[in-house]
Design a protein around this ligand. Structure first.
Ligand code: NAI
Length: 329
């Protein structure tokens, strides 16, 4: 098991090279600020919108995207994955020079061949396992957050070192950085979103509906299962201590009950469904379907959102949130 820390990364590999942060949203803002605070030279490339205003307020020089890419030696892509191929093709690719470094915060577009990479640049991945606000807050607190780094193209022969230097610049090597391929990052990310997350959601739904059907008060059911915040607390302890060690925080009744009954829920079908989901991701079938959905204006996404809002659980959650906050008003 290899985890890279501060001592494995050398900031001088990118010192003096101009970095262009293309996009100033969740990740763009957090990473641009962290890199600047680490002593690196950063400009922002952004279209003329409210994000550009924010970047100027934060003291950055903001240039049109093509101009920022042209002047920089390190170009970091922070626009949403859905718009990255078009932005890259029109505004970045024509302005890349031999020896430039192209950096992605997600493996998606490279992994699913949605971008044509010029052969004369390094292409690296620096993908925090943390939302943008966390990237900034943990940096300011002197702590870190894990990231995945990777190399898709090593034109200079030093691409891994550059990826690690960038990970250090954003504060990630303080916590630990793991190397993966672009495909692994993209597939793991999608697997979590499309298999683990929904399977977990269905387990929760089954529990909610079963308990409601058995006549337990809805507010008690939702609080017991997740809305008290105890589940979130337990998950954070799982991240800190591990799934087995955290069980010591629970009562002996809880430990005995959950371990002695656990095997009941080992369902072979779940394994098969997760494998099916993973295959859909790996084969590129999902990426093709999602590209077609976007080209059509996302009608299915809108229908799915509407269907989620019409679930009885949606109304129950709203009512409980209101009831819980009532005493503060
Ligand atoms: P975001 O949605 O916050 O990006 C907003 C930025 O994109 C703004 O600067 C906006 O001006 C620009 N933008 C939007 N549409 C544009 C267009 N059509 N043309 C030009 N610029 C446009 O993006 P976010 O969430 O920060 O994601 C950026 C990258 O970071 C993605 O690759 C994502 O997968 C990755 N990532 C995001 C995480 C998160 O915390 N949201 C976590 C880890 C990685």
């Amino acid at each position: 098991m290899r985890v890279y820390h501060d001592g494995d990364a050398d900031l001088s590999l990118i010192a003096g090279r101009q970095i262009a942060a293309i996009g100033y949203g969740n990740q763009g803002r957090a990473q641009a600020l962290n890199l600047r605070d680490s002593g690196l030279e950063v400009v922002v490339g952004n279209r003329d919108d409210t994000y550009a205003v924010r970047a100027r307020e934060d003291g950055f020089a903001v240039l049109p995207i093509a101009q920022a890419a042209e002047g920089a030696g390190v170009v970091m892509m922070f626009v949403p994955d859905e718009v990255t191929p078009a932005v890259f093709e029109r505004q970045i690719a024509p302005h890349l020079a031999e020896g430039d470094v192209l950096v992605f915060a997600s493996g998606y577009n490279v992994a699913f061949d949605l971008i044509v990479l010029p052969p004369f640049v390094d292409v690296v991945l620096v993908a925090p396992r943390m939302v943008g606000t966390g990237v900034r807050e943990l940096y300011l607190a002197g702590r870190g957050f894990p990231s995945f780094v990777g190399v898709a193209q090593d034109h200079s022969g030093g691409a891994r070192g550059i990826a690690l230097a960038l990970a250090k610049g954003i504060g990630s090597t303080r916590a630990g950085v793991v190397e993966v391929t672009f495909a692994q990052e993209a597939e793991l990310d999608l697997f979590t979103e499309q298999c683990f997350g929904p399977a977990f959601g269905q387990v929760l739904m089954t529990a909610v509906h079963l308990l409601l059907e058995e006549g337990y008060p809805p507010e008690a059911v939702l609080l017991e299962l997740y809305m008290s915040g105890e589940l979130a607390y337990t998950l954070s302890k799982m991240a800190e201590l591990g799934t087995i060690e955290q069980s010591a925080l629970h009562s002996r009744t809880s430990q005995y009950g959950s371990m002695s009954r656990g095997m009941r829920f080992v369902l072979p079908e779940l394994w098969a469904k997760m494998r099916e989901g993973l295959e859909e991701i790996r084969s590129g079938k999902f990426a093709q379907e999602w590209a077609a959905e976007q080209a059509a204006g996302c009608p299915a996404l809108e229908r799915l959102r509407e269907a989620a809002r019409s679930l009885p659980l949606y109304r129950l959650e709203q009512e409980l949130r209101q009831a819980l906050s009532a005493q503060h008003e």
